[in-house]
Design a protein around this ligand. Structure first.
Ligand code: ATP
Ligand code: MN
Length: 538
């Protein structure tokens, strides 16, 4: 196996307590690909990509994500069912069990970085039980140069042991899997789950604490791209709302897919070095850039292949959350380095399965703050036939599961930055039109893209009163026309053909917004509260 190793440097893991391990340090992605095949842990798809199954978990497990409560975190973290406390003693005991589990095994170690801006760079050492998890780290984190590797000093450690099962009674976990952040020891300890997203979101969660607390930088769960004129756009949104899809645009250079920081120096930078795209129903016609990125070096997760190695992207028999990870340079049009100036436009993406939010609207600063704190999207309960009620889902800052601090901290920073930068904020419903889930249909991707392009090309200025309509429930400015989009699509009410049903549903969603916002009211001023939907406004 060492014949694959292009680096002469070897490292010992004894200082981490891992003894007698066969250490594969900094293997090339090609080597990891082949080792994965040799171990029967994956197959090669006809595209050349590696296809793996992540096992029992095909998504993150937010209920099993903990933060060690100690002198560093105690008074800063917003404790609760998102940031679940874990004791230092229990952490030490569990860590010892995990490293003794890894001792004597073959392990894969990779030094990598997060944060594309040199001033914020975080050195990470990732120790994986499986070769493909280590290739995921290669794809998703920033790849240090050989020179940087010579003197690499890892600050954070990710220990990833999917095959290790915790014993909840003894170890203090909820069940056999866990993802625990320890800010004093600078360790992300992941066990019992092979879902690779835990690795990237572990470091994201760490940065969501480190950057605002120590570096005055706002971390954001968003994608970002930049136009030919240097204008940056960022796209916030919960899972499945379109961050990856909409930021991948052949006419704009991709800055990053999912995680960014907004600095005091008025720049934004990518945390990562790769993309992690959903591939459910992926087709080349709609998403050619992502489709073509699935080649040698990419890792497909939990997809179903036929005998010839062709992927059936419509097959959800393993999970709806089928994914691919690839280094960002699998996309042709990228910004190098992954840094942009202050954004000119911010998009809040929501997949509204109630079908009542306009497909595009402009927000006032107070509406922007309100919607950022609310972080609304909708979940569709299932895919079975028959009427299935959508469920509203609110996740503060469009990323509550990854935010260790109180949402108001991030919201305050964002509000200040938005006002300073004079940025335009848009609410985009990439969800349903013509009725709720079950009745209406998902907004056509080509329309959403046309609306976003219109904003970015300056064709949706909304300067004149005649250009827009203030939505009678949500209070947002809804454009009357948009190039490339049928006028009837712009008004959700009109797409329903039933005003009463439309308003009944809109009020239902309004109530859900109000109910959710109650827990933030004490932290928000009147200005922000006024940004919410106005139930009786019409
Ligand atoms: P995550 O945080 O989990 O990475 P994400 O916000 O990046 O999620 P995407 O991976 O972009 O979400 O997923 C959006 C999905 O919705 C894609 O599968 C895309 O094809 C589909 N889709 C359908 N219609 C639209 C639309 N109008 N706009 C955006 N995406 C759409
Ligand atoms: Mn994404």
């Amino acid at each position: 196996m060492s014949s694959f190793n292009q680096f002469t440097k070897t490292i010992s893991l004894e200082k981490y307590g891992i003894t007698n391990a066969q250490v594969n340090y900094q293997l090339s992605p090609e080597a990891l690909h082949h080792i994965t095949l040799d171990k029967n842990q994956g197959v090669e798809a006809s595209s050349g990509a590696l296809a793996v199954r992540t096992g029992e978990f095909t998504g993150r497990s937010p209920k099993d994500r903990f933060i060690v409560k100690d002198e560093v975190t105690e008074h800063l973290v917003w404790w609760g069912n998102i940031n679940i406390p874990f004791s230092s003693e229990k952490f030490d005991a569990l860590y010892n069990k995990v490293i003794s589990y890894l001792s004597g095994k073959e392990v894969f170690v990779r030094d990598s970085c997060a944060c594309a801006d040199e001033n914020y760079k975080l050195n990470i050492r990732v120790i994986n039980e499986y070769p493909w998890s280590n290739q995921f780290a290669y794809n998703m984190f920033l790849r240090p140069t050989e020179e940087e590797l010579e003197h690499f000093d890892p600050e954070w450690l990710v220990v990833n042991a999917p095959g290790f099962m915790a014993n909840p009674d003894i170890d203090g976990t909820r069940q056999h899997n866990f993802a625990i952040l320890n800010f004093s020891k600078k360790i992300a300890l992941i066990g019992g789950t092979g879902y690779t997203g835990e690795i990237k979101k572990g470091i994201f969660s760490a940065l969501n604490f480190i950057l605002p607390v120590y570096k005055k930088t706002l971390p954001m769960h968003c994608s970002a791209n930049v136009g030919k004129g240097g204008d940056t756009a960022i796209f916030f949104g919960l899972s499945g709302t379109g961050k990856t899809t909409l930021s991948t645009d052949p006419n704009r250079s991709l800055i990053g897919d999912d995680e960014h920081g907004w600095t005091q120096e008025n720049t934004i930078f990518n945390f990562e070095g790769g993309c992690y795209a959903k591939v459910i129903n992926l087709c080349r016609d709609n998403e050619p850039e992502i489709y073509d990125a699935i080649k040698k070096g990419a890792i497909l997760e939990n997809v179903v292949l036929d005998e010839a190695g062709h992927v059936d992207f419509t097959n959800t028999s393993i999970t709806q959350n089928t994914r691919v990870s690839y280094p960002i340079n699998h996309i042709e049009n990228i910004k190098v380095p992954s840094i942009g100036k202050n954004p000119k436009n911010i998009f809040f993406l929501t997949a509204d399965a109630f079908g009542v939010i306009p497909p595009i609207s402009k927000l006032t600063p107070s509406q922007a703050a309100y919607h950022f704190i609310s972080g609304y999207t909708a979940k569709v309960a299932g895919t079975e036939a028959g009427v299935v009620e959508p469920v509203p889902s609110f996740s503060a800052c469009f990323g509550a599961p990854f935010m260790p601090l109180h949402p108001s901290k991030y919201a305050e920073m964002l509000s200040n930055k938005m006002i300073e930068a004079g940025v335009n904020v848009w609410l985009v419903n990439t969800g349903w039109t013509g009725g709720p889930y079950g009745v209406g249909t998902r907004m056509k991707l080509k329309y959403t893209r046309a609306m976003i392009n219109a904003v970015l090309n300056g064709d949706l200025g909304l300067y004149n009163y005649d250009d827009y309509h203030i939505h009678s429930v949500f209070g947002v400015a809804q454009p009357r026309t948009c190039p490339g989009v049928p006028t009837s699509v712009l008004s959700p009410r009109q797409t329903w053909n039933d005003d009463e049903a439309y308003y009944t549903m809109a009020f239902k969603l309004t109530n859900a917004f109000r109910e959710n916002f109650k827990k933030f009211e004490a932290h928000c001023n009147e200005e922000i509260r006024r940004g919410g939907p106005q139930r009786y406004a019409f």
